[in-house]
Design a protein around this ligand. Structure first.
Ligand code: AMP
Length: 359
């Protein structure tokens, strides 16, 4: 892989807050970002060095974009396979096609995770009501029915509770190919944000403890309330996943932490082939942010130092929680990040705030 030089341009597919924070992190490194997104009001457009507003199927626009950049990366895992292939025939796309194909489909992803020797919740593939009935008979209730593709922030999933009509559950996921997962009585949810460079070096940030509200990440705390062996296992699992995917860039791995008489152990919940909301704390809370780390990796540069700068708490500002910005901006030590979204719809991530306490 070639090493980008200052003045070179990184193309980013998707124009949301993740692309915005990538472009902001690239600038001090002397790298420009060209953001490609279909929405005219994309949060990343105002901070990008160049922008293309076009659909992901627009081959003319994609060809011009590919010609204008040295490498393409993305802020979301649902990049259409055709778009990725079209671009990859012209310019390097990182992380590569294996990462996208594996993480776009929950069944493929969980099978991959098990194949490399890591544990997930028990699951069954489900393509019909009859298969759902058989899977519920095996895994019991409660269990969680999730569409294989296009699920995020709890969308495309339903908990199959005792007494719930399975026809209703099946129609909730639109009859799409799905998986049924055993319900995990987890003590904590944690994640690891890690990076793998082009030369295969892996570096993981400290494990984050995540709390969700209405299926949307609400807060992240670092260090997580887990033992050192669990911390080590989560980082090792993320490194194993990154190596098996021949990954270049930042990825996040979400885990369920279980506690029983035998101690703590973890199950892999999900892999995100991109920078991740649970890594936003790294902007002020680590010596290198996840966004800079991703820019370094896709540029073919060495990774930065991931050392934490203190105890960290990151809170998302979702919907009208963003109204707290006046108070936050007046609070010494609170780092406010707003994404430039005009309308505060319920469930919409509008910004976040990070606080660091010296250790
Ligand atoms: P996911 O989209 O798979 O990350 O699921 C969103 C959230 O739903 C997770 O962060 C958990 O809080 C919850 N959840 C998902 N799968 C399970 C499961 N098998 N058992 C218990 N809770 C789950």
């Amino acid at each position: 892989m070639t090493m980008l030089k200052p003045g070179d341009t990184i193309g980013i597919l998707g124009g949301g807050q993740l692309a915005r924070m990538m472009a902001l992190a690239a600038a001090p490194l002397g790298l420009d970002c060209h953001v490609y997104a279909p929405e005219a009001d994309s949060p990343a457009f105002p901070v990008a060095a160049a922008r293309t507003c076009a659909g992901y199927g627009d081959h003319e626009a994609l060809a011009a974009f590919a010609a204008a950049v040295s490498v393409v990366t993305y802020e979301f895992e649902n990049v259409p396979a055709d778009t990725a292939a079209f671009l990859a025939s012209r310019v390097p796309v990182l992380p590569g096609p294996r990462a996208l194909a594996t993480t776009q489909d929950r069944l493929v992803e969980k099978t991959f995770v098990n194949d490399i020797g890591l544990a997930t919740p028990a699951f069954r593939a489900v393509v019909s009501l009859a298969e759902l009935q058989a899977a519920v008979a095996e895994l019991g209730r409660p269990s969680v029915l999730k569409t294989r593709r296009f699920g995020y922030d709890g969308k495309g999933q339903v908990i199959v509770r005792p007494g719930m009509d399975l026809e209703e559950a099946w129609s909730t996921v639109g009859g799409h190919p799905s998986i049924l997962e055993a319900f995990v009585p987890f003590a904590l949810e944690v994640s690891v944000v890690a990076a793998r460079s082009a030369d295969g070096t892996v570096s993981a940030f400290d494990v984050c403890e995540n709390q969700h509200r209405h299926h949307i990440l609400a807060t992240t705390r670092v260090p997580a309330g887990i033992g050192p062996a669990t911390e080590h296992a989560c980082k090792e699992h993320a490194a194993r996943i990154a190596a098996a995917l021949d990954y270049v860039g930042v990825l996040a791995v979400e885990f369920f932490v279980l506690r029983d008489a035998g101690g703590e152990h973890v199950l892999v919940n999900e892999i995100a082939p991109r920078v991740h909301n649970s890594g936003h704390w790294t902007i002020e809370g680590a010596q290198t942010s996840q966004f800079e780390q991703h820019m370094r990796a896709v540029a073919g540069w060495p990774l930065g130092c991931v050392r934490r700068t203190g105890r960290v708490e990151m809170a998302n500002l979702v919907g009208d929680e963003v109204e707290a910005w006046r108070k936050i901006v007046a609070t010494p030590g609170s780092h406010l990040h707003l994404y430039g979204k005009r309308e505060a719809r319920p469930g919409r991530k509008m910004g976040h705030v990070t606080r660091i306490t010296p250790e």
